[in-house]
Ligand binder design. Structure first.
Ligand code: GLN
Length: 456
């Protein structure tokens, strides 16, 4: 009830786009009963959370913040949200996001911008909570819920976490089932928790992951006890600082944040070494070929027949007009841009020059990481973002590349399928939160969370 009132009082943040108070109170009552029962209840039992609008939730609007999914109420529940529900978590509602998770500022949502609860000192400018999981970040940062689900295709958990001073982990590709999550770029998409701190992230991730027969890319691996791994002991662990992430024009405060983080890990007994990930500079262009390519294919299903909205048709319109009109008015600008770029790079004449080349670059990026891990590095420390949260409307819509540059430190992790976590690491000179990212070996989320715990 406290969360529900907090949500109502925080409408200005536009974090929750669909509230589900009846479901919340029902589940809370059930959790109370379970907690009073004899068996030991899971740690998530009774914990109020929000669910990103990208997750299908049974009987509850699930629109991926797109007009084209107007009126869509799935008859099924995504595996991740079902697991959370089974663990006793209490869903408070659906959270704002960029349309189809395409964006870094939550400005492409059909519901309008989500707003960051933070402000620059002495300045009332409304700031972005980041994206695409902007509503999730804003809700957790403003204490509207104790945790939220996010998804991360190129940074959409880690960048908003950094912009709002919370913790967010993208697990190894395959750790969480993608079943029932609206697909953006299937070879990159992963779900993960967004929480106030590392311990909460460990607890919530535990409930979210595991093998699922319904997702052929989900890994059939045992899920370790993530919370038990949080000892804070990182003595002798080898942490790499990749020199290619020291970008030209990097703000001094980001450099300092990074150096301070390295110092903290060294003080805790880790060995900090310089490393090289030589193909880093090709990651962003490769991502912005591969992600739109997969998106253009995934979004072909929105045809005005199978889901959601169909445009009004004129006398004599046929099936082609129905597709065209539905997709023209159902998809926002950024989504249309991605569909066009994706279709172009997959077209017969350009496939080898763009899509295939990007896939080769992706392999090289993955090998860079494999090499570093083979050399004994346990985790890699980088800044999470190149800046603190920016003002809503500050980035020009006509220059999408400016927005894409936000993902420069995060997309490599998705391309290589690795786990990555963003933890709050201090404030910038204007009093805004900044985050550090730790990247781990595949399937070693437990060690990664423990490293983040030492940084906290
Ligand atoms: N900002 C990136 C994009 O727009 C990443 C989004 C995401 O991780 N879902 O594609």
């Amino acid at each position: 009830e406290a969360c529900l009132s907090a949500i109502d009082a925080a409408d200005a943040l536009n974090a929750f786009v669909h509230k589900t108070p009846e479901i919340a109170l029902d589940r809370a009552r059930a959790a109370d009963e379970r907690l009073q029962g004899r068996e030991e209840a899971p740690a998530m039992c009774g914990i109020p959370i929000g669910i990103k609008d990208l997750f299908c939730t049974e009987g509850v609007p699930s629109q991926a913040a797109s007009r084209i999914l107007d009126g869509f109420r799935p008859e099924y529940e995504s595996t991740v949200s079902r697991q959370l529900k089974d663990a006793g978590a209490v869903m408070l509602g659906k959270l704002n996001m960029d349309e189809f998770a395409m964006g870094s500022s939550n400005e492409t949502s059909v519901y309008g911008d989500a707003v960051n609860p933070w402000r620059r000192e002495g300045d009332a400018t409304r700031l972005t909570p980041g994206g695409s999981s902007g509503g999730s970040a804003s809700a957790v940062a403003a204490d509207l819920c104790l945790g939220a689900t996010g998804t991360d295709t190129g940074g959409s958990i880690r960048q908003p976490a950094a912009f709002t001073g919370i913790t967010g982990i993208k697990p190894t590709y395959g750790r969480c089932s993608r079943w029932g999550i609206v697909a953006f770029a299937s070879s990159l998409d992963q779900a993960g928790p967004m929480t106030r701190d590392v311990r909460d992230a460990a607890i919530m991730l535990q409930a979210m992951c595991g093998h699922d027969m319904k997702d052929s890319t989900s890994a059939d691996l045992a899920v370790p006890d993530f919370e038990a791994a949080l000892t804070g002991d990182i003595k002798g662990r080898k942490i790499g600082l990749p020199r290619e992430y020291r970008m030209e024009g990097m703000p001094a405060e980001i450099e300092k944040l990074w150096a301070d983080g390295a110092e903290m890990l060294r003080d805790a007994g880790a060995e900090v070494v310089d490393i090289s990930l030589p193909h880093t500079k090709y990651a962003l262009p490769a991502y912005y070929v591969i992600a739109p390519a997969e998106a253009s294919s995934n979004l072909a299903r929105y045809d005005g027949v199978r889901y959601g909205r169909r445009a009004k048709l004129a006398q004599g319109d046929g099936v082609v007009e129905m597709y065209e009109k539905t997709r023209a008015e159902g998809f926002g600008h950024e989504v249309q841009r991605r569909v066009m770029v994706g279709t172009y790079v997959l077209s017969a004449g350009f496939y080898d020059a763009y899509y295939n080349r990007a896939r080769k670059v992706r392999t090289l990026i993955k090998r860079d990481f494999e090499q570093v891990f083979a050399d004994g590095v346990d985790a890699i420390l980088t800044p999470a973002t190149p800046s603190a949260a920016f003002g809503l409307g500050e980035m020009s819509e006509s220059d999408p590349v400016q927005m894409y540059l936000n993902d420069v430190f995060t997309v490599t992790v998705n391309l290589a399928g690795l786990p990555g976590i963003s933890v709050p690491a201090g404030l910038d000179t204007q009093g805004l939160p900044l985050g550090l990212q730790l990247i781990g070996r595949p399937w070693e989320e437990a060690a990664l969370l423990n490293g983040a715990y030492a940084l906290e």
